[in-house]
Design a protein around this ligand. Structure first.
Ligand SMILES: [Zn+2]
Length: 320
């Protein structure tokens, strides 16, 4: 065997294409579970890209109480870390099994559901791989919270969306060993940043610096066919739609991009790049007033209708 390999140390993923995620071929809601099928391993359509700005579009468009909407999130791609040596909450601000079960059970109970953690196999049953609706709901809520922080920051009103829990600073202020409560005055803006970072960072930890071994060539055709994409290279991190959406958010935030508000009066979405304008994956950022080409069309037609109506009315008035 003479496989040509190239090992590199990948320090970050901020340049180049974002990691792709396992494609989902089907997702079906049954009770509190979303049963999910993936393409067979080794097939060429095994991976898919998360749409650009999914944190401002797909994740924000979903009502986390709507179970069918959560199914649509699962259809975007693998939503939760899966695998024998994978911690199912490694992408969230949760650090132990106990706190995960407590957090998820409370999240479910607030929505009138009960979770049985004693099930013999949480993830798999006869019908295939499944995700509990609240595992998805939690991620949608957290992604929306993170988006709220990012947008509020871009509008200079982060203070207004600060969390209402006691932050580290408040606790420090109440600590008898730190009599410097004046210094540790709780500051809503700092609290917001602290909470924001605590949501983002576990998701970003899915993309650590790593040894990436690229497979350049092999006399074995099968090896090239099945491993000729980065995802099949050795050491490539496992991505989920949630972690990639949070990575998109972090990159947009760090690039100090000016967010815009869609000028379609029925939309008003905050966005970064217009969608559906350029077929080759490019996106307009400058001089763009609409979040998508469909919003631009809709508003153009609305305004045209108004102009036409006004002209007709004007014409009718002149005739009388
Ligand atoms: Zn729009």
């Amino acid at each position: 065997m003479d496989i040509r390999l190239r090992p590199t140390l990948q320090l970050d993923l901020s340049d180049g294409p974002l990691p792709r995620v396992h494609r989902v071929t089907d997702a079906v809601l049954e009770g509190d579970w979303i049963y999910t099928t993936f393409p067979r391993a080794g097939t060429s359509d095994y991976y898919t890209e998360l749409p650009d700005q999914a944190w401002l579009f797909e994740f924000r468009d979903v009502d986390p109480r709507d179970l069918d909407a959560l199914v649509s999130i699962v259809r975007l791609g693998q939503p939760v870390p899966v695998g024998p040596s994978t911690v199912p909450y490694s992408d969230l601000p949760v650090f132990t099994n106990e706190s995960w079960q407590f957090y998820l059970a409370r999240f479910a109970a607030e929505r009138g559901r009960e979770i049985d953690f004693a099930q013999p196999d949480w993830r798999v049953d006869d019908h295939g791989i499944r995700f509990h609706v609240d595992e998805i709901g939690v991620r949608v809520v957290l992604a929306q919270r993170a988006a709220q922080y990012a947008i509020a920051y871009s509008e200079g009103r982060l203070k207004e969306v600060a969390p209402d829990f006691p932050s580290r600073r408040n606790i420090l202020a109440g600590d008898p060993l730190t009599s410097t409560s004046a210094i540790f005055d709780p500051d809503p803006e700092l609290d917001a940043w602290e909470h924001f970072a605590s949501l983002l960072n576990p998701a970003l930890a899915a993309f650590p610096p790593h040894l990436h071994v690229e497979i350049l060539g092999s006399p074995d055709l099968e090896v090239i066919r099945t491993r000729s994409t980065p995802e099949f290279d050795i050491g490539y991190p496992q991505a989920t739609t949630y972690t990639v959406a949070m990575l998109q958010l972090a990159l947009d935030l760090a690039a100090d991009i000016e967010f815009q508000v869609c000028a379609n009066e029925m939309c008003g979405r905050t966005f970064v790049r217009q969608r559906g304008w350029c077929v080759h994956g490019g996106h307009r950022t400058r001089g763009v007033r609409y979040c998508s080409s469909s919003c631009a069309r809709a508003q153009y037609q609305r305004e045209k209708r108004r102009r036409d109506n006004a002209a007709r009315k004007h014409g009718a008035e002149q005739q009388t």
